[in-house]
Design a protein around this ligand. Structure first.
Ligand SMILES: Cc1ncc(C[n+]2csc(CCOP(=O)(O)OP(=O)(O)O)c2C)c(N)n1
Length: 284
């Protein structure tokens, strides 16, 4: 597969447009985790459109790259990105998301193309990714395994078993991302389960840790490139993000938007904020 030239501006515009797809899915279905969708969108866009060797053309090739969307409640952003990548039609996802009888259920469903694992019960993605990375190494595959977690999710004990095992086995083909938006379902991560020393904690399990701006695609690109140069340890990218990023003042950095369906006025404000951000990027 030919790798496209990295273009941070084009990917940022794409990422803003895909937030509008998420918004439409949530408006139509009447439910969804919009805050975490908007914070993690830039990570997913960078992975699928810059970093990973995977698409509909090689989805069954064992040598593809693998992604586990461990923070499965952010499924709307995941579906929107997979649709943009060509795994299915965007229109189908928007119309069918969370509708009775649809396969586009409210958490990732591996009956759909492009989805490696059902997720949504937090804490399982990293341990499964460890197994996949070990299998890839045993079979000498060039694959990289990515897992995307939330910072509330890392309160799950199984995540730390995953960190421990990956460090032990020096899985340099594994890269975890923590979407560090500092909020989880009911408040700040510091209130619910503190992670003030997250960087040092993960490092102490034998990982290479990179902290970066998670809503800046150029910075994410640099971090993923750097991760690939580390050959003796797994890498964790702590992506510092803003929950609701791109949706403007009404929704950014507000725990109440973890799962909130905008009313008509809020919808219009969010669309305006996304448009303004896009104009800003285009005229940088
Ligand atoms: C095992 C488990 N416990 C509880 C939940 C309910 N839950 C859904 S989302 C969420 C908060 C997750 O916070 P975070 O990982 O920070 O997600 P983000 O802020 O990025 O959306 C919780 C507790 C769950 N999905 N799985």
């Amino acid at each position: 597969m030919n790798k496209p030239e990295f273009d941070a501006k084009a990917l940022t515009v794409k990422s803003l447009a895909l937030r509008k797809v998420v918004l439409d899915m949530i408006m139509k279905s009447g439910g969804g985790h919009i805050g975490g969708d908007f914070s993690v969108m830039d990570t997913l866009v960078t992975l699928y459109f810059d970093q990973m060797n995977v698409g509909p053309e090689n989805q069954d090739d064992p040598n593809r790259d693998y992604l586990i969307m461990s923070k499965g409640h952010s499924v709307e952003s995941y579906y929107a990105v997979l649709a943009a990548k060509g795994f299915f039609e965007t229109e189908t996802v928007v119309n069918e998301f969370s509708q009775f009888g649809s396969k586009f259920i409210g958490h990732p469903n591996n009956e759909l193309p492009g989805i490696e694992m059902n997720s949504g019960s937090l804490g399982h993605g990293l341990p499964v990714s460890v197994g996949m990375a070990i299998a890839c190494r045993k079979e000498n595959r060039p694959s990289r395994v990515y897992t995307v977690m939330g910072d509330g999710e890392v309160a799950e004990g199984s995540v730390w078993e995953g960190f421990m095992a990956a460090g032990h086995y020096k899985l340099s083909n594994l890269c975890a991302v923590v979407d560090r938006n500092h909020l989880q379902i009911s408040g700040t991560t510091e209130q619910v389960m503190t992670h003030e020393n997250l960087h040092a904690q993960i490092e102490s399990f034998g990982w290479n840790v990179i902290e970066t701006e998670g809503n800046d695609i150029a910075k994410l690109h640099e971090a993923f490139e750097q991760a690939k140069t580390v050959t003796d340890r797994p890498t964790c990218i702590i992506a510092n993000t803003i929950k609701g990023y791109g949706g403007g003042e009404i929704m950014e950095n507000k725990a109440a938007w973890h799962h909130h369906v905008p009313n008509k006025e809020e919808y219009e404000e969010i669309v305006k904020a996304l448009e303004a951000k896009k104009e800003g990027v285009l005229h940088e």
